[in-house]
Design a binder for this molecule. Structure first.
Ligand SMILES: *[C@@H]1O[C@H](CO)[C@@H](O)[C@H](O)[C@H]1NC(C)=O
Length: 220
């Protein structure tokens, strides 16, 4: 009698736990639904003049903090090819113009937080594309740098490392670039900000804890 009471008690107890758990889960899922239906405040990326960033148009990227170097360009790193993405040391240097190509190539404006290819509007001595790509872990520094020879279009597992996103940073038209591709739903990706590493007098772009904050300036 005593034993069966104990069993009954523990059964009731686990039912109670189950009920509690499901009500927590239920309220949690309601919370997620109500959050995702809320419309985002700023949908499109804007240049420094407040115009929507146009797909395929040319832009320079300039750091927000003055005296912090110039625009972005390509440079040879450990080997002749491929080139790596770097920031000009001189504030007065514009660097090379960039084009932004959204995953949906019919789209005119660039959305915030959506997959884009980033391509330098330039030619190099390397017979390779000037599209950005996040490289693998560097043997010497343990860092992952942004390099050229990326893919354009063809979203999926094979092009994963060539997709970046533009995210708003703070107030105004300040932005950062993140690596966090959504082009492959089954892929496990390590997301992170794109920042700048000072190494032997050169500023290389790569996956970093500290994002590179910048504005877009239209190039004509
Ligand atoms: C960009 O935003 C538009 C307008 O809301 C939307 O229709 C489109 O699906 C978005 N594209 C991407 C790739 O997120």
């Amino acid at each position: 009698m005593l034993i069966s009471n104990q069993i009954k008690y523990s059964m009731e107890f686990s039912y109670l736990k189950l009920g509690l758990l499901s009500s927590i889960l239920f309220s949690f899922s309601c919370l997620t639904i109500s959050q995702s239906t809320e419309p985002p405040k700023t949908q499109y990326v804007q240049d420094a003049d407040g115009h929507q960033l146009q797909s395929g148009a040319k832009y320079y990227i300039f750091p927000v903090m003055g005296g912090n170097g110039g625009g972005l360009a390509l440079s040879a790193k450990d080997f002749a090819c491929p080139f790596y993405v770097m920031q000009e040391n001189l504030e007065a240097s514009n660097g090379l113009p960039l084009r932004f190509l959204p995953v949906d190539n019919k789209q005119q404006s660039i959305n915030l937080s959506s997959d884009v290819n980033i391509v330098f509007n330039a030619a190099t001595i390397c017979v390779q594309s000037t599209a950005w790509k996040l490289g693998g872990i560097d043997e010497n520094t343990g860092r992952r740098y942004v390099m050229s020879n990326g893919a354009i279009g063809h979203p999926g597992v094979d092009t994963l490392s060539s997709w970046f996103k533009i995210e708003k940073y703070g107030s105004g038209n300040n932005y950062k670039i993140v690596f966090c591709p959504s082009v492959c739903s089954l892929c496990k990706v390590v997301c992170g900000d794109i920042g700048v590493f000072n190494e032997n007098g050169k500023k290389w772009l790569g996956l970093s804890d500290e994002p590179f904050i910048f504005v877009f300036k239209r190039a004509w």
